[in-house]
Design a protein around this ligand. Structure first.
Ligand code: TRP
Length: 375
């Protein structure tokens, strides 16, 4: 029997079978030929590409055809500001920054305060607070302020809404129900929301009065919004955006679902504002281990890095050196490396990263206005 899992923008459950997801979503795998093609332009491949963390795409070959003809693209991604930023969010944005640097392109970044107000229990004011807090984390990652434009749905409504209604007019209720599993008890704002998420992919084209290709890096749970919207872009006279899809960063509790910091689930996530002590305690206490119950048994049978959350974090985010990662893999698998040793490698990496990040996050407080898009 097939194992059950669920992936929509509003629910990720179970152990995701990414190969099956590629088929179900109708996206394409990133194969070696495409990797080589990317490498021609970027000179090196980001570890997340080498390791299949970004593993699927839509129309990336077309985007590169255009790029090679001199038709530069822009990047578009976003954040639903419903709570604090955790390590699971950072993968997509670290990769997006790499793309921005390597291709020298603009990034449009959408903050969907409307979405989170409509989908979560939080008040509008709470969502505004998280919008601000989340901006600090995104700026801290080092995006180029001259090439990065923040859009906040309710603040840039003048710009976004006239475009959103064009999408909304072409999306039926039954399409949205099928794509997101909505029922008659979903509120009407939720039904409309996809049309807001579609819009930033055309904003530079609208502003420049000329079609510009768009590449959207996202975690694959966001794909359904664009699956619904993609057929509409050409009907409105625009290019379909290209997409590059990433896997989910697993929660501390084990390799199913995704890291989530909303509600009271902070035991499942490392927040960017956690202290070194908190990181150490969370990893030691909660990070699911692929090791054996006793040291004796571990030495004899070895651990399983494929289900070990600490190893997965090193692979996805914190150990860029392939050789070192491979050594850790083998030592852990053979039993030479203990879970406590693996965890302390990870704790040190996370804390080194967060120390820098938290410093830049403080500095970001005076930078926000440089990033907010002004017409
Ligand atoms: N809906 C996304 C979230 O909940 C935010 C978002 C808006 C987004 N536009 C996007 C994510 C484009 C990826 C790509 O976080």
């Amino acid at each position: 029997m097939k194992k059950e899992f669920k992936v929509t923008p509003y629910e990720v459950e179970g152990q995701v079978d990414y190969e099956r997801l590629i088929k179900e979503f109708g996206v394409s795998e990133i194969d070696n030929r495409l990797l080589e093609r990317i490498k021609k332009h970027t000179k090196e491949l980001h570890p997340m590409l080498r390791r299949g963390v970004f593993f699927a795409h839509r129309d990336l070959n077309w985007l590169l055809d255009e790029y090679e003809k001199g038709n530069k693209f822009f990047l578009y991604t976003g954040r639903g500001p419903s709570g604090p930023i955790h390590l699971g969010h950072l993968g997509t944005w670290i990769f997006t920054k790499w793309l921005q640097d390597k291709f020298g392109v603009d990034l449009w970044f959408q903050f969907t305060d409307d979405e989170k107000f409509l989908f979560k229990e939080s008040s509008f004011d709470e969502i505004q607070k998280w919008t601000y807090e989340n901006m600090l984390d995104i700026i801290a990652l080092g995006f180029n302020p001259k090439k990065t434009f923040f859009l906040v749905d309710t603040k840039h409504a003048n710009l976004l809404y006239p475009q959103a209604i064009k999408f909304a007019k072409k999306i039926t209720l039954s399409t949205v129900k099928a794509a997101f599993g909505f029922t008659d008890s979903n509120n009407i704002g939720q039904v409309f929301y996809t049309s807001m998420q579609a819009v930033p992919a055309i904003i530079p084209s609208v502003l420049n009065k000329k079609n510009i290709p768009c590449l959207i890096p996202l975690a694959i749970d966001q794909d359904p919004h664009f699956r619904v919207a993609r057929d509409i872009y050409p009907k409105l006279g625009f290019y379909k955006p290209s997409i590059i899809h990433g896997i989910f960063v697993p929660p501390l509790s084990g390799i199913s679902g995704k890291m989530d910091s909303s509600g009271n689930k902070n035991n499942n996530a490392i927040l960017t504002t956690d202290s070194a002590k908190e990181v150490e305690a969370k990893i030691n206490k909660y990070a699911f281990s692929g090791g054996q119950p006793t040291i004796e048994e571990h030495r004899k049978k070895g651990g399983n890095p494929d289900i070990d959350v600490s190893y997965q974090y090193l692979k996805i985010l914190f150990e860029p050196d392939d050789k070192k990662l491979q050594e850790i893999y083998e030592d852990y698998k053979s039993g030479k490396m203990l879970t406590s040793e693996l965890k302390s490698i990870l704790i040190e990496k996370i804390n080194a990263f967060l120390k820098e990040h938290q410093k830049k996050r403080e500095q970001a407080k005076s930078q926000i206005s440089k990033f907010l898009f002004k017409e």
